[in-house]
Design a protein. Structure first.
Length: 130
């Protein structure tokens, strides 16, 4: 009886893995289709869209590289979201430290405001109206 339970458990694990792999493949195909559509409609670089995905906390088993036919690669990930062939396409992401908070005391629509601590720390550029 124990032997049968082990065989059934192994079959369930194998089938579960197949289902998960199939779901991953389908999701990847849908996301790729959506990104290709967005790339064409808004005239955005597909390579850049896929590179931007790496800045998000999304894990995929499919390479984020672009083939010579300008399509997304279908190979399995080797490292950092890219297969061995497309490792050179991996973007160099520089993490910055420090605060992104602004010490400006005015909205972004106002370019310079006398007395604003954020403006006082910036080197002022001369703007020429045309």
């Amino acid at each position: 009886m124990e032997k049968i339970a082990k065989i059934i458990d192994k079959l369930v694990q194998d089938r579960t893995k197949e289902i998960e792999d199939d779901a991953e493949r389908r999701i990847t195909e849908k996301v790729t289709h959506i990104l290709e559509h967005i790339s064409k409609i808004y005239d955005l670089n597909m390579k850049q869209l896929l590179a931007d995905i790496t800045t998000m906390d999304i894990k995929s088993n499919t390479c984020l590289g672009i083939t010579t036919l300008k399509k997304r690669c279908c190979s399995k990930v080797f490292k950092d979201g890219y297969c061995k062939r497309h490792q050179k396409q991996k973007p160099n992401i520089v993490k910055t430290s420090g605060s992104l908070e602004s010490n400006h005391t005015h909205p972004p629509s106002v370019f310079y405001l006398e007395g604003c601590p954020g403006c006082a720390n910036k080197k002022h550029e001369v703007m020429i109206e045309i």
